[in-house]
Design a protein. Structure first.
Length: 267
């Protein structure tokens, strides 16, 4: 993979990680259109690296609430709202942890299975966004523990390429009756630890020699930086989009791109 291919794929990842259109699905489509050829294991490694870049984007954009959560969790002895919030984030991580530990091989196999799965999952994303757009608002004041677990299950399902993680988790939270802006922030924060953990494991595998990468350092750094810069802009944009209830446009987009992916697979 050349540096310019990594640049384009990094931009795609940064833009689509926060927008409800599936970053993994778009990366798969982008790789097909650019005719990027990955050696065994390199595709998942590059995916982990650009996802780590968007985690850094999240920390940059949401540094105030992150700092407040850290302060309330580690510098305050009593059981407070910050500790409860962190506890709910940890609870939401359990389903994706289960998938990552016991079903990792299946996930890796799906990532290399072509655009048919991507197209179908993009259409599922479109349906979820439609439901969320026209869901009857109830506006719960806080995300409950039960809601956190259900949103976590939605995140675990979104490991499928084409099923948008942000779209799935935000739509699930809205359908459960939570405020749109609260769900969007929760969705962006709940993914921080899993992706950072996966990134650390990937780096350790490379250092220990368990994984041999054929990606050049230039390509990896280019993909990381482009995903970080574009991701920071997309994160701010998505927070405003959710507040203004404009998810339907992304539902239409996912439907169109999903159809394109399926047609492209058979052509």
């Amino acid at each position: 993979m050349s540096w310019w291919q990594a640049l384009i794929l990094g931009v795609v990842q940064g833009l689509t990680e926060f927008l409800p259109v599936s970053s993994s699905g778009h990366l798969t489509i982008g790789q097909a259109l650019l005719n990027v050829q990955f050696e065994e294991g390199d595709m998942l490694l590059f995916d982990v690296m650009v996802h780590a870049a968007t985690v850094c984007s999240t920390l940059l954009v949401l540094w105030r609430p992150v700092a407040q959560l850290l302060q309330g969790t580690f510098l305050t002895p009593q059981w407070n709202t910050e500790k409860q919030y962190v506890g709910k984030i940890l609870l939401s991580m359990i389903p994706v942890f289960v998938v990552g530990v016991w079903f990792k091989d299946y996930v890796e196999a799906i990532f290399g299975s072509g655009l048919l799965v991507v197209g179908i999952c993009l259409m599922v994303t479109a349906a979820l966004l439609c439901f969320a757009q026209y869901a009857r608002p109830r506006h719960k004041e806080t995300i409950s523990w039960w809601d956190s677990l259900i949103i976590g299950v939605a995140q675990a399902c979104a490991v499928l390429p084409g099923l948008s993680r942000s779209g799935t988790t935000i739509a699930t939270g809205i359908l459960l009756g939570n405020k749109r802006e609260s769900v969007a922030q929760f969705s962006f924060l709940m993914v921080l630890i899993p992706i950072l953990g996966q990134t650390l494991l990937s780096v350790l595998d490379i250092l220990q020699g368990d994984v041999v990468t054929h990606l050049s350092l230039t390509a990896m750094l280019t993909g990381f930086v482009s995903a970080f810069v574009v991701g920071a802009l997309a994160c701010r944009w998505m927070l405003e989009i959710v507040k203004r209830q404009k998810l339907i446009y992304f539902a239409v987009y996912c439907l169109v791109i999903g159809t394109f992916a399926i047609v492209y697979e058979f052509c």
